[in-house]
Write a protein of this length. Structure first.
Length: 146
């Protein structure tokens, strides 16, 4: 498991999500079975999307900045960087998730933390809510990873 400060963040959030109603065992088992495949699929798609966004931002950022949208250009670049990092993390998590290792679960947790950070930076309330919902599912399946 994560050590020190990482562990305290996980434990704090786990205590919050533990107060919510649990999912049925069958749903948890299904989620554990599909989690590795979702991670690899979205990791690859995210990697491709992030690289495309970098290409777009390389061309569009100067034009957006000239038009007065410096904040938008910055958001595109920051989102692309975070997207690239989270995509790589999901791809790295794939083998550990298949073997139900805790390392894979911890990577999924940090992917969600970065998703919240990205959503806050880009002021996307929808993305914040979606990430918080995903935290619920991640904490529901935590016990399956050792």
């Amino acid at each position: 498991m994560a050590k020190g400060k990482d562990n305290s963040i996980i434990v704090s959030l786990e205590n919050v999500y533990a107060k919510l109603p649990p999912l049925p065992a069958g749903v948890k088992e299904f989620a554990v079975a599909v989690a590795p495949w979702l991670a690899i699929i979205f990791g690859i798609l995210g990697l491709l999307g992030s690289l495309a966004a970098f290409g777009f931002s390389t061309i569009a950022s100067p034009l957006i900045a000239i038009g007065g949208g410096v904040g938008l250009a910055t958001n595109i670049i920051i989102s692309s960087i975070i997207g690239l990092v989270t995509s790589v993390m999901m791809i790295v998590a794939f083998p550990s998730l298949l073997k139900k290792k805790e390392f894979g679960w911890v990577l999924l947790f940090w992917v969600q933390v970065l998703a919240v950070v990205s959503a806050v930076i880009t002021l996307s309330i929808y993305s914040v809510v979606l990430a918080l919902i995903w935290f619920y599912f991640i904490f529901q399946i935590k016990s399956y990873y050792k």
